[in-house]
Design a protein around this ligand. Structure first.
Ligand code: BV8
Length: 271
């Protein structure tokens, strides 16, 4: 869709006025934080966290599997779930929404991506300042953090029998696990505090593809609005928890909406 065409599907439509308002806020901004959730990767083919799980995982609840308790109880089951998701992520590419976010860096002075996603697609799309609040599914670490948190382990350097999965830490023999943040675990040291500091000093926070449910990530827009001076732009096909405090709500898929916003920023910069 070219700039100027309205995005509309069913009862969703985003007017040029809303696109231009969002572009005007971004074009005037010095510091921008882009807060993303699973929805920004949906058009790459990565199911969102709340999408129904399929196949043999259909009977499991992600929020129960993504916990240290589940891993202790059944390490092989949790390992297999992450291996399935990692293989899905390895097979996909960034979508136009990721690329539009990356290209904002060429148009604006300071852009930082703060993502809840573990798929690594923002960096793959070219974003250079990315805070991965919940870790990265392509990395692995020792479950006991025997050399400090995180004790990262190169899976390629290990040899183990498939039947004995998950593999064992070469230092201490504990299980190897994905380097992601599970429910009930603290976020990587410094990641959230930097994200919070950036949110409180941002001129604009662009919120893309998050239900606004998972804490503490979901608090960042509130910090930006109440402790800072940020204008908030929300991009989501559905009205999420954060939409009510936002200055602009662009209802639609980010892979369609964000390229239109980028085109509108360029049109303003040319004017
Ligand atoms: C913490 C990595 C402090 C793993 C994830 C009891 C004890 C301890 C803590 C808690 C507790 N009860 C509650 C909590 C807090 C808990 C929490 O928030 N729970 C929720 C369920 C209420 N948080 C934590 O535990 C956090 N840690 O609090 O530490 C602490 C420490 C110790 C003891 C006490 C306290 C850790 C949270 C991190 C969990 N790990 N990921 C993995 O991926 O397997 S979170 C996981 O959920 C994903 O990262 C994902 O990003 C996130 C879900 O959020 P979203 O990204 O928003 O995804 P969702 O599916 O919800 O929404 C997608 C959206 O996209 C939708 O709105 C949809 O409309 C939209 N969409 C769809 N298509 C598109 C689209 N948008 C744009 N374009 C499209 N095309």
């Amino acid at each position: 869709m070219g700039f100027g065409e309205r995005y509309s599907e069913g009862d969703m439509s985003v007017s040029d006025v809303e696109i231009r308002k969002a572009a005007g806020l971004l074009a005037a901004a010095n510091h921008v934080v882009v807060l993303t959730g699973a929805g920004v990767s949906k058009e790459s083919g990565v199911p969102t966290f709340r999408d129904a799980m399929e196949g043999l995982w259909a009977n499991f609840n992600p929020e129960e599997l993504a916990t240290p308790q589940a891993f202790r109880r059944n390490p092989q089951l949790v390992w297999d779930w992450y291996e399935m998701r990692r293989q899905k992520v390895d097979a996909v590419q960034p979508n136009p929404g990721h690329y539009a976010i990356a290209r904002l860096e060429d148009r604006l002075p300071h852009v930082t991506v703060v993502t809840q996603n573990v798929d690594g697609l923002h960096r793959m799309a070219g974003s250079t300042d990315v805070i991965e609040l919940h870790g990265n599914i392509r990395q692995h670490k020792c479950f006991d953090a025997c050399q400090g948190e995180p004790t990262l382990i190169d899976l390629g350097s290990l040899r183990w029998a498939h039947a004995d999965r998950p593999p064992r830490c070469p230092h201490c023999g504990a299980h190897v696990r994905p380097n992601v943040v599970w429910f009930g675990e603290s976020l990587p040291a410094g990641a959230f505090s930097r994200a919070q500091q950036l949110a409180e000093t941002a001129d604009v926070v662009l919120i893309v593809g998050t239900s606004g449910i998972v804490q503490p990530a979901a608090s960042l827009p509130y910090y930006a609005k109440r402790l800072g001076h940020a204008q908030l732009i929300d991009v989501n096909p559905e009205r999420d928890e954060i939409a009510p405090i936002c200055d602009v709500f662009l209802q639609g898929p980010s892979g369609v909406i964000l390229p239109q916003v980028l085109a509108a920023v360029d049109a303003l910069n040319k004017a």
